[in-house]
Design a binder for this molecule. Structure first.
Ligand code: GRF
Length: 206
């Protein structure tokens, strides 16, 4: 008897609008990504991502750092919820908090982040503005596994976006965001199909 492969459970860490979360969640619900939704954990009770999650019928919870004495206690609550929903993969989708090494160790190569630049260029905040200020002609976005550094983990996928003369932060961010959604969906899809492996910090897509 052929044993049906158990679908991976994908949970999300969000902080803001949640458009990246929504892009992936819709592809999970449509069956394009062979996975089940787990839980959406927001670092902010006001995040629009919480509303998007409710509209999609996916469980969500705000776990705000201000309600915890230490970063460790805050993360313990996050991990408790990830485990409660039997999470196999964590997608950091516009998540604005730094994770501790113990969290990263527990989920080594199981946390995918989306960053709006072609890493290693322009890590950290306001990556789109950094690219504009520098005057590069090409920027874009990157998915990667989170490691202990800031936007330094093994790169899974990248997409390039041209900066045109009349681009400003809004037009550029909009163009990049569209590509973020595309490569994040593909990266999660490949992960859920067991097609990603990491060797010497290089991601191999089978
Ligand atoms: C995106 O550019 C993301 O890369 C950055 O925040 C923006 C909004 O993300 N971290 P989302 O709509 O909250 O997913």
């Amino acid at each position: 008897m052929l044993l049906k492969k158990k679908k991976k459970i994908v949970s999300f860490l969000v902080s803001g609008k949640g458009s990246n979360f929504k892009a992936v969640a819709e592809k999970i619900l449509s069956g394009y990504i062979n996975a089940e939704p787990g839980i959406v954990i927001s670092s902010s009770g006001e995040a629009l991502a919480l509303k998007k999650s409710e509209e999609l019928g996916i469980k969500s919870i705000a776990i705000e750092s201000k309600n915890f004495r230490t970063k460790e206690e805050h993360e313990t609550e996050i991990i408790k919820n990830l485990k409660l929903y039997k999470t196999d993969l964590v997608v950091a989708a516009g998540y604005m908090r730094i994770l501790t090494p113990s969290f990263i160790n527990m989920y080594r190569y199981k946390i995918i982040n989306i960053h709006p630049s072609l890493l290693p260029s322009f890590p950290g905040k306001n990556a789109q503005q950094q690219a504009l200020d520098y005057g590069v002609k090409l920027t874009g976005c990157t998915t990667h596994f989170i490691d202990e550094g800031t936007d330094t983990g093994p790169i899974i996928m990248q997409a390039a976006v041209e900066i045109l003369r009349d681009d400003d932060i809004h037009t550029l961010s909009t163009k990049i965001l569209k590509e973020e959604h595309r490569i994040l969906v593909e990266s999660v899809k490949f992960y859920c199909e067991n097609r990603l492996s990491v060797k010497n910090s290089i991601v191999i897509i089978k």
